[in-house]
Design a protein around this ligand. Sequence first.
Ligand code: C2E
Ligand code: CA
Ligand code: CA
Length: 603
Amino acid sequence: MNLPAVTTGFQAPPLDTEGLEHVLAMHGFMSEDRAAVRAFGRVIQRAELEDVFLRDFLMRDSAPSLPAAAAAEAEFCNELLNVCLWDGGPDWFNRLANLWCACRDVGVDERFAWICTGAMLSACREKLVGGRAEIFQLELDLLTGLVRMVWALSAHLTAISHLRERTLAMIESEGLNTTGVGGRATFNHTLGKLCEIADEDSRLGLMIIRLHAAPAREVLMPTERDRIHRVLQEGWRHVLRYEDVLCCVGENEWALLQPGMRTKAQVLLAANKLREVAQGALARIGLDEGMELLIGGACAPDHGTDAETIERAARDAMSAGTRAHHGITMYGDSVKQALVAENEVEREFLRAIHLQRFELYLQPQIRSSDGHCDSAEALLRWQRADGRWVPPPTIFEIAGRLNQQGRLTRLLIARAARMADELARSGVPVKIALNLTADDVHDPELPDLIEQSMANWRVPIGRLGVELTEGAVLSDKPVVETVLQRMRDLGMTVALDDFGTGYSSLAHLRRLPVDELKIDRQFVNGMHSDRQDAAIIDAVLALAKAMDLETVAEGVETEEQAEALSRLGVDRLQGMWFSSAIPLSRFVTWWLARQQTLAISKA
Ligand code: C2E
Ligand code: CA
Ligand code: CA
């Protein structure tokens, strides 16, 4: 097939040492041939070869008339004459393959590679044997080695040429190249076609690229999003090859198809490049803060031979990588293992939710004015069958994946209501603070659900409070404000969790319907070593006072911290210094003992 000449800049998939061995072996090249070719290089100088070759070859009748083609041919020949300098490695082959692609780009005839290599072999023979009638065994050996090597080279160039044409024909017929970004339909179609022509020598790399915004960045203005898309696509265009196909397949998601990749490592290399370019591009427009690029990659035919399997593999790699906090993840054994483990934990989660195996432990909060404990934070605990504890954020992540978050929250609300009843019946007047997720406060039925649960156990609703992070409260959806307001109307307190770690401005805080601020444990932790942490605590306290909000310090681990925080005027203290989160029965015992100690010390 001879396509019209287009300057594509198509890059041949480079051979590595192993790839070269394979190509040579396929054409009968033996280890002694390597020594023969090297010996030839010692006997015949490049300059001598050049004379004969140029005389015979470039003066031929069929030489091209187009200057671009003539120049490309000359460059190819110039490199070919370096046969005398071949070091046995793949570099010379790779240089020739790319020069050959450049020749094809400017319309050099397909047969040129064979004609040219043939002419070079004649020149070699003429220089070595000349017009002599007899030929020595040694000379024969040298020539045989050369013939086998050049035979392998020509076959390789032909294969590259075919790959180039197949790929380009497909991309041309789709009207795609790096100047355009396809959509989902183009992606599906092109992926299917490229999977068909991918093989072990010319892999198809697929990358799914997702731009992930940190919670505070979740709400990107449409103009910002457009700008980001534009700079990313522009930045990438400069590093993509002609035959790469970039498609936008989701709101902040792209897929990059890279045909003609020799190894899986090459796909990984390309992923790193894309990430680097994206970071630079985002930084230039000042939108890199809180933005992360996640890439999942897979190769055909290694990880699948049809479009669906290969896309699944790239997406699985991305999800496994995201959970392991890796920016770039290629599909492989570790991804497979992670998926198996995930399936296992998901199955166990579903069983646990069915059997209501999740627990809420209580962590006391101490009033700094008199040392009394009048509230406790409920913290989720789940122990797997093998004894391992799963961190609460991970539990919610699994619940989210399985679409079970609502069910888990309902279960925890019911559990908290029952615990409030048990505390009341044990004579422990302690309020429970339940953590809620951002999704929870988008559910308009939540306040009624809580009210109903508490009514079922006949416990006053004021015995329950909720904790929410800034990210959850700072929503532009009106439903959130309605839900928060309704909870407060019912008599529940709303605490703003992890205060100081988010992005909300003080002006924003004024508008939030909250009753108390929880100073994040990272500031408490650093208050004695870091002046900035101490200053933040000071500022939060001043702010809370001005707005008439209660304050709770979390993560209090030492007596020194507890005393300093009390002195500064924090209303309540929570942390290991007093107690970690413990099961309800232990909490009751702990509370009664504390009451007794307080009574004795008072008396
Ligand atoms: P959080 O709301 O900030 O909870 C406080 C975390 O600090 C808890 O971790 C608690 O065990 C830990 N902690 C308490 N005292 C100390 C201390 O003195 N030093 C240190 N270093 N840590 C202390 P945990 O239980 O692993 O919970 C982690 C997060 O998971 C919570 O952060 C909360 O965001 C979420 N979470 C926990 N339980 C629930 C729940 O029932 N529902 C929801 N929606 N989220 C929950
Ligand atoms: Ca909390
Ligand atoms: Ca917290």
